[in-house]
Design a protein around this ligand. Sequence first.
Ligand SMILES: Cc1cc2nc3c(=O)[nH]c(=O)nc-3n(C[C@H](O)[C@H](O)[C@H](O)COP(=O)(O)OP(=O)(O)OC[C@H]3O[C@@H](n4cnc5c(N)ncnc54)[C@H](O)[C@@H]3O)c2cc1C
Length: 251
Amino acid sequence: MICIGAGPTGLACAIEAKRAGLRPLVIDKGVLCNSLYRYPVNMVFFTTPELLEIGDLPFVSAAEKPTRVEALKYYRKCVEHYDLELRLGETVTRVEGSDGNFRVHTRVTENNPAIKARDGGSGAANDDPVVERQKGVSSRESHGDQELSRATKSTPLLAHEKVLPAVHVFALTGYHPDFDFLRQLGVKLDLKTNKPALDAQTLESNVPGLYLAGVVIGGNHTSEIFIENGRFHGKQIIAALTGTTLAVAQP
Ligand SMILES: Cc1cc2nc3c(=O)[nH]c(=O)nc-3n(C[C@H](O)[C@H](O)[C@H](O)COP(=O)(O)OP(=O)(O)OC[C@H]3O[C@@H](n4cnc5c(N)ncnc54)[C@H](O)[C@@H]3O)c2cc1C
């Protein structure tokens, strides 16, 4: 199972998946909680900390409302606690296939922080070999460990491109939804609101096996879904996948 987006919703989904015995892989084009990372530096949340909690882990802040830094530290701790598998600085470019047999294409994000750190801040990645990596990802088995790496000077445009097989794909791509990306996945968007077509109970989109969660569900109306309510979408999806009954939380 692949979760696209390591925001609060993506992390909450991955946690629920892991609790249900699945093995999720979370991919983000930026850093962990990229949207929160890009908030104004001294921002204070309008939400109290308990309403930002995921995975039943307590979030305690020094003041009544948490700061951006406290939230970033909290979500980092959640990742560590649940030992989530993350790929940061990797953009999902397209998804092929169908339910039970997806292939998720990724590309190392230009100027990604991991490359910057490795190259001492230059952002250059000229010495990277072309890497094609294949990992088996299924809903109830561990990710396959087979990994293919090969350098091919004649195909520079494929630098950093990877293809990952997946049984299910979750698109949790964010505070400012990338509508072109969603259309490219085959998701139908409402002409006026850009809200995606999905089953309100299971959050499965019109593409079987592709689930949507978090702020992306609100289309243009990003004010309808916050961390406060988006954090429960993972429970809904995993309940649907595992056949568990769950009351649907209203936004
Ligand atoms: C200034 C500000 C203050 C806010 N204050 C609050 C508050 O107090 N309380 C509250 O509940 N909410 C608040 N929000 C809203 C909150 O930030 C969002 O509701 C929340 O971030 C949504 O979480 P998400 O996981 O759905 O999306 P995001 O946090 O946006 O995460 C989506 C992730 O997907 C990644 N992504 C996108 N496309 C791709 C791709 N193609 N490949 C790989 N990765 C991709 C992005 O990098 C991002 O990390 C605030 C928002 C702003 C801007």
